[in-house]
Design a protein around this ligand. Structure first.
Ligand code: ATP
Length: 353
């Protein structure tokens, strides 16, 4: 079932088109990410969904009900921002209870619900503390508890982890995912952090310049990008021009700078000779032997050590390429070494855009 639906939504600020003709469906109970670089329009899109802004064109539906002219407080939302915005002079309990008090819930019900959410968020030990006595991560948990205690229809999260250090971000990623699953809430989460989106999302939408370029599961979007922007925005890709020579039974023969290669791919019907781009992800290169397909020779320029993996910069013909290799698989690699690498045909993605 669709919980939130956007139909051809646009929003301008003066001459800036912040959101351009966006259509989108978020299923009930899923964690949906809006992912894109700074300025791509994701916060504007979230603010439109929340009702802080009205679209210039298009319509937003919650459970098939149009939301135009429905104010923020009537949309039944929980909202978590980057800045926790807790009341400093109220305790954790009082911060969380506030939303229920303004909705005039009976005292007993408030006690019960706050206790329940404190447990869910593993915050029981902090119920009488004030925000100033909590770490950033704990404050963000309180902000989330405050958003969830009213049992909203949809939870909106705008870069909720970007004020936290790396270890806390990781911990809270897992925590948000756990809670979202436990209570089956529909959640829309804005971030520019691809690691966050790839590791947490059921589905994600990649945005660029106000438009949605691709929607899918993290795996689909990562493994089958449909545009050069998505291919290079997610992960580390090597992208170089090529030409389609012919294709038969989902095997395409292509001409690359490194020779004739083949790719297993489901291309729409491209005319032979059409210029394309060939994507090989940095982790997909393999050391080649005589029988390997899609070979190239490269010289190691630089090696960055990342503990578990090495990021190796290579020069192949005039192209700089990247190879991510598990450290134990390349123990003696040094700058200046000459390598034969192969791109497995089933890993190659061909892009026309
Ligand atoms: P970030 O990750 O940096 O927050 P974003 O993807 O969330 O970026 P938005 O904040 O939605 O991007 O902004 C999209 C575009 O709209 C930008 O060019 C921004 O400058 C512009 N914009 C956003 N809000 C306003 C506003 N109130 N008035 C004028 N321009 C705005």
């Amino acid at each position: 079932m669709t919980a939130v639906r956007l139909e051809r939504v646009s929003k301008r600020f003066g001459t800036t088109i912040a959101v351009h003709n966006v259509s989108l469906e978020v299923a009930s109970g899923e964690l949906f990410f809006l992912l894109g670089p700074s300025g791509c329009g994701k916060t504007t899109l979230l603010r439109l969904i929340a009702g802080f802004l009205e679209p210039d064109e298009g319509e937003i539906y919650f459970d098939d009900r149009p939301m135009r002219h429905v104010p923020v407080q009537r949309r039944d939302l929980g909202i978590v921002f980057q800045h926790y915005a807790l009341w400093p002079h109220r305790s954790v309990f009082e911060n969380i209870a506030y939303g229920l008090e303004v909705r005039r819930f009976p005292r007993g019900e408030i006690q019960r619900r706050v206790q329940e959410i404190l447990q869910l968020m593993r915050l029981e030990a902090y119920r009488d503390r004030y925000p100033g006595q909590l770490s950033g991560g704990q404050q963000q948990r309180v902000a989330m508890a405050r958003a969830l205690v009213i049992r909203p229809r949809v939870l909106l999260l705008d870069e909720p982890l970007s004020n936290l250090d790396a270890a806390l971000r990781q911990e809270l990623r897992e925590e948000i995912r756990r809670i979202q699953r436990e209570i089956h809430i529909t959640a829309i989460y804005v971030t520019h952090d691809q690691g966050e989106a790839l590791s947490m999302a059921d589905h994600l939408a990649v945005m660029h310049q106000g438009r949605i370029l691709q929607v899918g599961s993290p795996r689909e979007v990562y493994e089958r990008p449909t545009s050069r922007f998505v291919a290079t925005f997610l992960g580390q890709g090597n992208l170089f021009p090529c030409r389609l020579l012919c294709q038969e039974n989902s095997v395409a023969q292509i001409e690359t700078t490194f020779g004739a290669w083949r790719a297993h791919t489901q291309l729409p019907h491209h005319a032979t000779g059409q210029p394309l781009y060939c994507l090989v992800r940095a982790e997909h290169w393999q050391l080649a032997n005589e029988q390997s397909p899609n070979r190239l020779e490269a010289v190691v320029k630089r090696i960055d050590f990342h503990g578990d993996v090495l990021l190796v910069e290579l020069l192949a013909s005039t192209h700089s390429l990247y190879w991510r290799v598990p450290t134990p698989l390349a123990p003696n690699l040094m700058p200046g070494h000459r390598l034969q690498l192969s791109a497995p045909p089933e890993r190659i993605v061909l892009l026309s855009d």
